[in-house]
Design a protein around this ligand. Structure first.
Ligand SMILES: C[S@@+](CC[C@H](N)C(=O)[O-])C[C@H]1O[C@@H](n2cnc3c(N)ncnc32)[C@H](O)[C@@H]1O
Length: 269
């Protein structure tokens, strides 16, 4: 496998040149594994052969990028994390005045951003705080155009809802499949295409979710992103990572851990 390093490098440069997707920030092990999925699907034995296929059939780039970006997500993914967010984070979000900004970084098809909206709306109703909802702005960003189109459409297959409690499914979605999210849950939620690594970060955020995204990046990029998230948060703001991710480098000393198990961190006030 190692002998094909040069072929892989050539393929990475080609993908960047043709589609502006910068492979160099991703772990080689992940890239190899994902590209191999497409090579198998198209019966190609080497990176060089697969490169020739891309030249001949540029439409293959779309399938390759879909595979590289791994857009798997679900509403209420890891429900225990959402329970912890509801108990330890949500009540703190509305303590101040002014906008409450939430950023779902690497939002894929929008399930995480809408889950946040549903969670906050239900919490506000239970606590007689619905007036606060007008302060809420939720932004989902992702590099993958197709996922963002699904997010904006708000229509989902059964698979997206397998971790969603029945009562929530009944209340916030039209009967399906496919399931359409109610317009109320879409209020204050918007989606934008943005590369997390090279794009401008959001600012003045009260809560950032970046779950199951940094795991694909090499160490240096992870450290750079954690610094960006720190700067993007208001003092006292929260960061939630994926279950298998954790802070590294300086970020470990900058953030306070709120819930180790659920990977919830806070920028000190
Ligand atoms: C596995 S999904 C995670 C979705 C959601 N956060 C969750 O945990 O369910 C990873 C997402 O990260 C996005 N992604 C990967 N590299 C990115 C980059 N450089 N900039 C923005 N998004 C990126 C992918 O397109 C994909 O939608």
């Amino acid at each position: 496998m190692e002998g094909d390093d040069e072929e892989l490098e050539r393929l990475k440069r080609k993908i960047e040149r043709e589609r502006g997707f910068n492979c160099q920030f991703y772990k080689d092990k992940c890239l190899r594994r994902r590209i191999a999925v497409r090579m198998r699907a198209r019966g190609r034995q080497s990176f060089a052969e697969y490169g020739m296929l891309l030249d001949r059939e540029p439409a293959e780039y779309d399938f390759l990028l879909d595979t590289l970006t791994i857009n798997v997500t679900k509403f209420f993914r890891n429900i225990e994390t959402w329970n912890a967010v509801e108990q330890q984070v949500v009540p703190r979000l509305f303590e101040g005045r002014g906008p409450v900004r939430v950023w779902s970084a690497g939002s894929a098809s929008g399930e995480e951003a809408y889950t946040t909206s549903i969670l906050l709306r239900e919490w506000a109703e239970r606590n007689g705080r619905t007036g606060e909802l007008s302060r809420l702005r939720i932004t989902g960003t992702d590099i993958d155009r197709r996922s963002l189109e699904t997010a904006e459409r708000g229509v989902y297959p059964e698979l997206s809802l397998t971790e969603t409690p029945e009562a929530i499914k009944a209340r916030w979605f039209s009967p399906g499949p496919p399931f359409r999210i109610h317009a109320d849950a879409q209020k204050g939620v918007s989606f934008t295409r943005r590369d997390l690594i090279s794009g401008e970060p959001e600012g003045e955020q009260s809560l950032i979710f970046c779950r199951n995204v940094v795991i694909y990046f090499d160490r240096e990029i992870q450290e750079r992103l954690f610094k960006r998230f720190y700067d993007a948060l208001v003092p006292g703001g929260f960061l939630v990572l994926g279950k298998v991710e954790t802070l590294i480098g300086v970020a470990r000393t900058q953030f306070r851990s709120i819930n180790n198990r659920e990977r919830i961190f806070q920028r000190p006030a």
